[in-house]
Ligand binder design. Sequence first.
Ligand code: FAD
Ligand code: DHB
Length: 389
Amino acid sequence: MRTQVAIIGAGPAGLLLSHLLAQGGVSSVVLETRSEEYVAARIRAGILEHSSVELLESVGLGSRLRAEGDQHRGIYLQWPGERHHLDFVDLTGRSVWVYGQTEVQKDLIAARHADGQEIHYEVSGVELHDVTSDRPYVIFTDKSGQMQRLDAAFVAGCDGSFGPSRQAVPAAKAYEKVYPYSWFGILADVAPSTDELIYAWHPNGFALHSMRSDSVSRLYLQVPNGTDPRSWSDDRIWEELSTRLGHGQNGWKLNPGPITDKSVLPMRSYVQTPMRHGNLFLAGDAAHIVPPTGAKGLNLAIADVAMLGKALIASLKEKNPALADRYSDDAQRRVWRCTHFSWWMTTMLHTSGDPFDAELQLSQLRWVAGSRAGATGLAENYAGLPIGY
Ligand code: FAD
Ligand code: DHB
């Protein structure tokens, strides 16, 4: 089979890219190892930046987001005895939206179905070939066990950190930082105990109170690497969340409820450069990973494909390769900004057990929360820079 762009991976990067390409009159075929149900249900990120929302709306993917998502003006930053609200709208004129990655994924799948997009789920043995030639192709085995060949002008590697695309970029420079802690995430059938997200520093470790809807809460605890989620009882999870989030302080209460999902997420920063090898382009987690503290992973994937979509459309429709030639450099500028922000948020909020580090963290938190300049720096990065930054 033949298409203009072979897209590996039906996560948010791959599906949004196929959507943007279709709107620009470019055909694509998407290959995905998992089933459609699996990719639609995977619980991951929850926060959309201002420019991600603008982009999704501008391409017809904003109606359920507007109706069912929740616009937030900012976040709370806290440490024992103090909670401060940072109002991003007041500080930067930009807000964020609470809208789960599962919902973004469902909207993308529905839109691609409506458009007749060719997506092959449950494929195996995906191999990229001749990506530096002008006739790259991908070999895969389809769901029925049939070996297939997909020819394309370009290949987009949107297959996350474990897919084959990253490995198909030789001589790439890779930067990596592994953090000595993980996030223990839970989903609970209980109304959020807060109107906006709470990022909490505590001597026991970081905690985050997020949410998915009026009746579903999402919460995270810093835990040591290698923690087995089954080793924590529900009572212990709620007790630790209550301690770290300040249950009882100034009358605030954390409402516990039935836990419906538990998972442990290791944390690392990873950047691979360049994000292009011949006619293979990397986007999203295939090229970079950020620790989740700045809520940037999903937003970076969206920003990458916004740029890549334009670049591939210009190459194929106008025979103008300028944007494709600049893609890796343009994308990396934002990638490094978000990599720095995520590292900064992570190291400011997670405890290491070192009393010197703890004093520096508290001093930084007091400055960020107490100074308009400090708060604006956090707000500008969290609510997100314009696409094309
Ligand atoms: P992915 O969503 O990983 O999509 C890649 C797709 O490629 C997958 O569907 C995969 O099945 C498919 N694939 C893999 N190999 C192949 C192959 N050989 N052939 C074809 N397809 C293949 N970010 C946050 O901001 N906040 C969070 O709380 C948060 N939580 C996370 C929790 C987990 C467990 C993980 C893994 C990530 C989390 N992230 C979070 C990061 C965020 O979800 C990602 O940055 C985002 O999903 C990136 O989108 P993507 O499309 O680039 O990659
Ligand atoms: C969520 C995840 C994050 O990484 C974050 O910084 C804020 C919220 C979430 O899953 O809701």
